[in-house]
Structure formats: structure tokens, C-alpha cells
Ligand binder design. Sequence first.
Ligand code: ATP
Ligand code: MN
Ligand code: MN
Length: 309
Amino acid sequence: TPKPAASRRKGQAVVMGVTISNPDKPLWPNSADSDEPVTKLELAQYMEAVADWMMPHIEGRPCSIVRTPDGIDGERFFQRHAGAGASDLISQVEVFGDHKPYIQVDRPEALAALAQSGASEYHPWNCRAHEPETPGRLIFDLDPAPDVTFDDVIAAARDVRDHLEAVGLIAFCKTTGGKGLHVVTPLAPPTGELDWPTAKAFAKTLCERMAKDEPERFVVNMSKAKRGGRIFLDYLRNDRLSTAVAPLSPRARDGATVSFPLNWTQVRAGLDPRRYTIRTTPALLTKTSAWADYFESERSLETAIKRLG
Ligand code: ATP
Ligand code: MN
Ligand code: MN
């Protein structure tokens, strides 16, 4: 159980300079590692604990949030745009051609302001920072049918990595805080024109080839994905407006799990994604080197497209 913040007074607390009202309000009824409810103050303190790690992956990009102000069993709001009266700590960015400004997290204090409003998930765009039209990373979202074991999802993630490495890209893996895994590959600044449809077509081709080679393991057709026993290789996250949950974002799901960045040595049979919760993650993060080389691992998608052929 976290220690009460030093600045805590009756009925409120301060995290990163932001006043958290109703700090004892339970937002998750329990976490995977304990029966104690996870409170709003714990959420804000968690965001402070992971802010330095998380910021480079979200800043400079529009970021949708899921708000669960009355807890994960209450009403939930998926928001792209800030509501009236939103904190000044939260950036609101105009993207050319879009009517309303998008929420953007450009300073760690915004994470506390968002926690204060009950934000429990962060879903940034996959563009390069400050370049909404330029693909900055690709996400391969592995969605297992209910009867697929997690060990099979792990094997699939390793296979996606192999396919990416074969065309010169470097892959990173994270839990989603849910049922699957995400394989992420950071992209170098393009030398020519590289738009989102081109990036998506690459992801689609790669996934289609995997499904064609091993149809008993993989599907790429969403309508067939419900057929049992297989993993849906969801390449559809790779679009200008599509998102994937950010690394270290909490999930508004049972167990107060988070999307945890892994080393490939951890992506092995037996990995339990429910181990990574709002309570356990701050300590685990200090001990891991996972994703340390992420920003030195940007590689050319243009080259990868040529190699994929
Ligand atoms: P799981 O491992 O359980 O599949 P996930 O985060 O991958 O967790 P998906 O349903 O596969 O969940 O969704 C992938 C991504 O698509 C999410 O992380 C989110 O960013 C985005 N997404 C999903 N549902 C919505 C939605 N209703 N509106 C907007 N974006 C969504
Ligand atoms: Mn998924
Ligand atoms: Mn999906």
C-alpha cells in the first residue's frame, strides 16, 4: 500500500502540484495482486511514478483518453477532445483539417491533471512527435480468440519480431494489460513521402503472409477472427487516426493491470501479464532495461517496404 502523500490533507492530496479531490475514491475494486481497491490517489501517484519513462512515448501526439470517474464498473468516456473547463496543464492541439483540437500530453503534470479527472487509459496516435501525418511507429496488435493460450500469443509475438527483423526493422513487445500483446516497431524519419496508407499496406502485407503461411495459427480477416483457436493479427492500428494503448498506461480493466514494456528475454512461455499492475509496476520499472534502446532503434520503413517486396 503506498504511503500517503506528504502534502495530503483531509479529503484532498497534491500530486505533481495538482490537487486530487476525493483521493480515497476507489477506481478499481481490486488489483490482480491484492483485494484492496485502487484509489484515485494511487492512480495519480502511479502516473507520477511512471511519468519520466512514459512521456517520450506520448508527448507531441494527440492522445485519446478513457475516463472512468466513478470507477471501472461505472460509466466510461472515450475522449479525443478536452471538455469545457479542462486543466491548462493539458495541451489542446489543432491538427490541420480537423475541426476540434485534440487532447495532448506535453508535460508530466498533465498526467496528474488527467488522473484528477478520472483518466484511466492513454491512447496516443502513432505518428512522429509533432508530425501528425508521418508514421512514427507501427503496432502489431495480437488478439487471441478466447481459447488460445497466452503461450501461443507469446510465440506469435516472437514470430512477428522475426518478420520485422528480416526486413531491417527492430521490434519491441509490451503487454496490453488485457488479453494479447503488442509488437511495436519505431520508424526513422522518412527520406521521401511516406503516408499512413503506405504504412498500413506494409503492415497488412506482413500479417497476410503470416496468415497464409500458417492459417491454423493466424487470421487477418476480422470477420473470421471469431472462429476459435487462432490469433487475429490486427494490423488496423496503423492509420492516421488509429491508436494503441501507450506503454505504462493503466487499463480500465479488472485487476488494475497496465501495458508493461518487456525485454524479449521475458517474452517466453509462462509470462503472466496480470503481474503488471498499478501497484507492482513502479518497482518493476526501476529494475528493467526494457525498451531502453527504443529511440535508437528507429529504422527506415521505406527500406523495409523494398525488402518485403
Ligand atoms: P487486448 O490485449 O485485450 O486486445 P488492446 O488494447 O489491444 O487489449 P484492442 O481491443 O485489441 O485492445 O484494441 C487495440 C487498440 O485499439 C486499443 O489499445 C485502443 O487504442 C484502440 N481502440 C480499441 N477500442 C477502441 C475504441 N472503441 N475507440 C477507439 N480506439 C479503440
Ligand atoms: Mn489487442
Ligand atoms: Mn485489436
